[in-house]
Design a protein around this ligand. Structure first.
Ligand code: GUN
Length: 295
C-alpha cells in the first residue's frame, strides 16, 4: 500500500500557478478571487480563510466577503452583481451550503459564467458534459483527476465507481472520468444512498472515489485487493483527546481498507489540498480568458 500525497501534488500545482501569475503580472494583470460566506458555519469559515491565505501566497488579489446569517436573497444577489461587474475580480465563489432561506440555485445562476470558478453554473455544467475546454470544472473533481494523472493511474477502460451524486463532486467527477482523453475514458458507475448491494459494485472497481460524507462508510469488504481508493469525504468526529474536541476523517475506514489498496489517499492530506489548488488554477484560467490571453 502506498499513500497518495495530495499536499505535495497541490504544492506542485501552486508552483505552476505562481509561475503563470508572475508571467501575466508583466502585462499588468493580477488574478482576483472573491469568496463569499453567508453565516457562521465553523467548517465553512475555515475553508474560506484558507482560500484567502493561499491567494495571498500566490500573489492573487483576493476579496473576502463575510456576510451575516440574516443576509437576504436580494442582498446576496446584489453582492454577486457587484462582483460580476468588478474588473479586478475574475473568480467568484459563494461558499456552499448557504443558510436555508437562501435559494442556492438562484445565486449560482446569477454568477457570470466566465467568473464561475466553482463550475456550478448551468453553462459550465453543460460545457463539462459537452467536453468544451473553455468551461470551468468543479475544483474537487479536477483535483481528483490530477492526482490520478500525477500517480500514473490508468483510467482508460478502467472500472471506476463514484460514490455520491452531488453537483459539487459525484456528478461532475463522473462526467470528467468518462470524457475522452488523459484521466478519462473510464467505465463509470455512480452509486449513491439508494444503491442496493453496494459491495457487489465496488468490489468490481479498479478505482473507487468516495464522496458520501459519512465516516467509516467504505469498509474492507467493499474493496478488492489492489484497488485504488480516493477518499473525498471530510467528516468531523468527536475526539475528546484532540485539542479541538474533534478530528477529521474521510468516508473510508482507513485502518482496514488501506492494507488492501495499491494506492489510497489519506484524510487530511489527500484530496483536500488539491481542491484549493484547482480553485486558484481555475481563477488564473478565468483571468486569462477574460483578458484574451492564450492557455
Ligand atoms: N463547499 C464545499 N466544497 C465547496 C466548493 O468546492 N465550492 C463551494 N462554493 N462551496 C463548497
Amino acid at each position: 500500500m502506498k499513500l497518495i500525497d495530495g499536499t505535495t501534488i497541490a504544492e506542485k500545482v501552486h508552483e505552476e500557478t505562481r509561475a503563470s501569475v508572475a508571467e501575466i503580472t508583466k502585462s499588468g494583470l493580477c488574478p482576483g478571487l472573491a469568496v463569499v460566506l453567508v453565516g457562521n458555519d465553523p467548517a465553512s469559515r475555515t475553508y474560506v480563510r484558507k482560500k484567502a491565505e493561499q491567494c495571498a501566497k500566490l500573489g492573487f488579489h483576493s476579496l473576502r466577503l463575510e456576510l451575516p446569517e440574516t443576509t437576504s436573497q436580494q442582498e446576496l444577489l446584489a453582492h454577486v452583481a457587484q462582483l460580476n461587474a468588478d474588473p479586478k475580480i475574475h473568480g467568484i465563489l459563494v461558499q456552499s451550503p448557504p443558510p436555508p432561506h437562501i435559494d442556492e440555485a438562484k445565486i449560482v445562476h446569477a454568477i457570470a459564467p466566465e467568473k464561475d470558478v466553482d463550475g456550478f453554473h448551468p453553462v459550465n455544467v453543460a460545457k463539462l458534459a459537452l467536453e468544451d475546454p473553455s468551461g470551468f470544472v468543479p475544483c474537487t473533481p479536477l483535483g481528483c483527476r490530477r492526482l490520478l494523472l500525477e500517480y500514473g493511474i490508468p483510467t482508460s477502460g478502467a472500472r471506476v465507481v463514484v460514490l455520491g451524486r452531488s453537483m459539487i463532486v459525484g456528478k461532475p467527477l463522473a462526467l470528467l472520468l468518462m470524457s475522452k482523453g488523459p484521466g478519462g475514458d473510464a467505465i463509470v458507475t455512480v452509486a449513491h444512498s439508494r444503491t442496493r448491494n453496494l459491495g457487489e459494485i465496488t468490489r468490481e472497481a479498479d478505482i473507487i472515489f468516495s464522496a458520501i460524507g459519512r465516516p467509516y462508510f467504505l469498509r474492507e469488504e467493499h474493496v478488492r485487493e489492489g484497488a485504488v481508493v480516493v477518499d473525498v469525504g471530510i467528516n468531523r468526529v468527536e475526539d475528546p483527546s484532540h485539542k479541538r474536541g474533534y478530528r477529521l476523517v474521510g468516508d473510508v475506514d482507513f485502518e482496514t481498507v488501506a492494507p488492501k489498496c495499491s494506492l489510497i489517499t489519506p484524510v487530511p492530506g489527500g484530496v483536500g489540498p488539491m481542491t484549493i489548488a484547482m480553485l486558484l488554477s481555475n481563477t488564473l484560467k478565468a483571468c486569462r480568458q477574460i483578458h484574451g490571453l492564450p492557455g
